[in-house]
Design a protein around this ligand. Sequence first.
Ligand code: ADP
Ligand code: MG
Length: 252
Amino acid sequence: TTERNVVLHVDDVSKNFGGLHALSDIDLEVEQGKTHAIIGPNGAGKSTLLNVIIGRLAPTSGAVVFDGQVLTGKKPHQINQLGVARVFQTPEIFPDLTVLQNVMVPAFAKRDGAFRVNVLRSVDREAALRDEAEAILEDVGLADRRLSHAGALSRGDKRRMELAMCLIQHPRLLLLDEPTAGMSRHDTNTTIDLLQKIKARGMTKVIIEHDMHVVFSLADKISVLSGGRIIAEGLPDEVRGNIKVQEAYLGG
Ligand code: ADP
Ligand code: MG
């Protein structure tokens, strides 16, 4: 048996939007280097939980702790500086920049501590960074699109580019909100392969995912969220056979 090394704690987190209890008493422990999937029906609170972790939303109560540091109360860019990166459900990109430039921007922003408007002026001098960005674009299967305008990419390619924008930051914790949403089966499988490659590098991941094929291909542990509560949790095989999970999905 190996020792459990929990790197991310979600500690009794609740989030209300007015009278709506989007999250109620959520406890989560994510182990170093593992892929922890959060699944559940639409409206379950998955994106809200992710936004609380990355500091976009303040919880009504409770706290999030990453690697011994309390994230709750910190700003999103401060949390990002601690090694936490995220891929949103809707990609947030720079449509008028090239794919290569998009991938280089987060590395500059991280190095400088904040995004700077003059960042593009120094881009050409950063040969090493460019090499790394090109290698990452190769990894995500976008090498041949590197000089295209990002805004011209297909939805699936935008998601891959956003993943590349995360990888260049060398995050210690990567949060993904439905990374295969809008992708064809072929692109979904390519993304699974890519995420498995990242897993081999030891990065901790929290993945929100609707597609059960993706979940069971990648997850080491699964938490099932329904109505803002965790209704089941365990290894993939345990969750697969759990009747409560089936009820949540079948609406029973
Ligand atoms: P999921 O990602 O699991 O589909 P969400 O976290 O997006 O679910 O939403 C959970 C619940 O919280 C839903 O009922 C949603 O309508 C509500 N909600 C989410 N964000 C907000 C917000 N900013 N203001 C009010 N209600 C919200
Ligand atoms: Mg969502």
